[in-house]
Design a protein. Structure first.
Length: 176
């Protein structure tokens, strides 16, 4: 079993772009819950030129202890009221890196990072009802299941139910 203490989050570098594109543009690499159709080829490289970090969101690489690309985490701002921003986060892992606990650790580290460096009180994430592995990862990362959003996500020709999770600033305790 890999040592999860040796994964880290870091900014995307140019050397990561091939893996990042593969993760989003290759149906087999994206997996059952991650492929949403062919989009805009080259979009990630164009966005990299402008940077992946902004006041409205960002993306970081999940790197193994040898700095290898394991996957990525993303976040973007959503409003729950006119003056109540929160972050919505997501994770994507390379097929060979799934099932090793990296998603749980990366999402917890991202939540800690966002609470440490932004003023939001809430971070939310959702996943398809059938994606039990991601539900376990979110729960293991300290997120609380809030409920099911019926017919909320269109993928592969079907509207799918999503499970909503959240973590509040006061929910996060320091890692051992």
């Amino acid at each position: 079993m890999p040592n999860h203490d040796h994964i880290r989050l870091r900014p995307v570098t140019e050397k990561d772009l091939d893996q990042l594109e593969r993760l989003h543009e290759d149906p087999e690499e994206a997996g059952d819950h991650g492929f949403f159709g062919y989009r805009n080829p080259g979009q990630l490289r164009r966005r990299f030129a402008d940077g992946f970090l902004s006041a409205q969101g960002g993306r970081l690489v999940i790197a193994g202890d040898d700095d290898r690309f394991v996957g990525e985490v993303q976040w973007h701002e959503v409003l729950q009221g006119p003056a109540s921003p929160c972050w919505n986060i997501g994770v994507s892992l390379l097929t060979a890196e799934r099932g090793k606990g990296y998603g749980k650790q990366a999402q917890r580290r991202l939540a800690t990072y966002l609470f440490d460096h932004t003023k939001v009180n809430r971070i939310e994430a959702s996943t398809e009802l059938e994606n039990i592995a991601e539900q376990r990862a979110l729960e293991g990362a300290g997120f609380t299941r809030e409920g099911v959003l019926r017919g909320a996500c269109f993928r592969a020709g079907t509207w799918r139910d999503m499970v909503m999770y959240s973590v509040l600033r006061t929910d996060i305790t320091p890692e051992p």
